[in-house]
Each structure stands twice: as C-alpha cells, then as structure tokens.
Design a protein around this ligand. Structure first.
Ligand SMILES: Nc1c(NC[C@H](O)[C@H](O)[C@H](O)CO)[nH]c(=O)[nH]c1=O
Ligand SMILES: CC(=O)[C@@H](O)COP(=O)(O)O
Length: 139
C-alpha cells in the first residue's frame, strides 16, 4: 500500500469530478490510500506538489485539472508552465502522473475526463504508480 496525493486545480467542477473519480478508482483498485487537496488553478499544482513532497507524507502524486483555450496567450502560459513545473519535479525523482487536460474546447475535455470514455484521470494515476514502481526498482 502506498499513499497518493491528488492535487487538483478546481477550475471546472464537473470535469474535475470525473477526472478525480477515475484517478481515485485506479489507485484504490491497487489498494493505495488516496487524499485530495484543491488549489485554484493549474499554475498552483507544481508548487503544491513540491511542498507536499517535502513533508514526506506521500509516496506519489496525481496532478488533476483542465485548461481550455480562451482568446489570449494565457492558455499557452497555463498549459505549458504547469506541465513544465510538473516535469521538473518528475526529473527530481518525484513520482507524478500528469492528468491536467489542455484542450481546445469543453467537448474535448468531457471526452477525456469521463471515466466511461477516455478516462484520463485513471491514466494519470497509472503513470504515477508506474513511476513509483521505477523509484522502488532503482532505489
Ligand atoms: N485559465 C485557466 C487557469 N488559470 C488560472 C491559473 O492557473 C492560476 O490559478 C492563476 O493565474 C493565479 O495564479 N487555470 C486552470 O486550471 N485552467 C484554466 O483554464
Ligand atoms: C486558459 C485560458 O486560455 C483561458 O481560461 C483564459 O481565457 P482568455 O484567454 O480568454 O482570457
């Protein structure tokens, strides 16, 4: 049993609820413990994971959120910088699955978030579990 923290950027309630349900189900199916913390937006996710990792209370992390393109360059900043921050933490050896969707519109996000369709929350949880297994293999 490992302890996973889901860090969710709650920008779109209905989409996050689906992503979290998929991630939680995948983790619990493997017998892991799951906690969830909520931050305002995707830009706050990497920093929160960094703080939580310092606490040594968690073995792995799942980043959850949705960034939908608007009218301005803001989309590129939020989508790119959140991914960059998560990747930097991954390169430090932290087991993280990135389940932050970056889509052109809501329909694309619904398809990807829905556990009965693409179930990207579960995909991110699987990635986090795979990285944790790598950590253990190379310890
Ligand atoms: N536009 C989206 C955001 N923007 C908010 C930022 O992530 C951040 O919270 C703000 O700039 C304050 O630092 N966040 C999302 O998760 N999704 C979006 O579509
Ligand atoms: C992340 C985004 O692109 C969006 O939420 C912001 O919209 P806008 O560019 O129209 O301000």
């Amino acid at each position: 049993m490992a302890r996973f923290l889901i860090v969710e950027a709650r920008f779109y309630d209905h989409l996050n609820d689906m992503l979290i349900a998929g991630a939680r189900a995948a983790l619990e199916a493997e017998g892991h413990e799951v906690e969830v913390v909520t931050v305002p937006g995707a830009l706050e996710v990497p920093g929160t994971i960094a703080m939580a990792a310092e606490s040594d209370r968690y073995d792995g992390f799942v980043a959850i959120g949705v960034v939908i393109r608007g009218e301005t360059y803001h989309f590129e900043i939020v989508a790119g910088e959140s991914a960059r921050g998560i990747m930097a933490l991954t390169m430090d050896g932290i087991a993280i699955g990135n389940g932050i969707l970056t889509t052109e519109n809501e329909a694309q996000a619904i398809y990807r978030a829905d556990p009965k369709q693409a179930n990207k929350g579960a995909g991110a949880a699987q990635a986090a579990m795979a990285l944790l297994a790598m950590q253990e293999k190379f310890a």
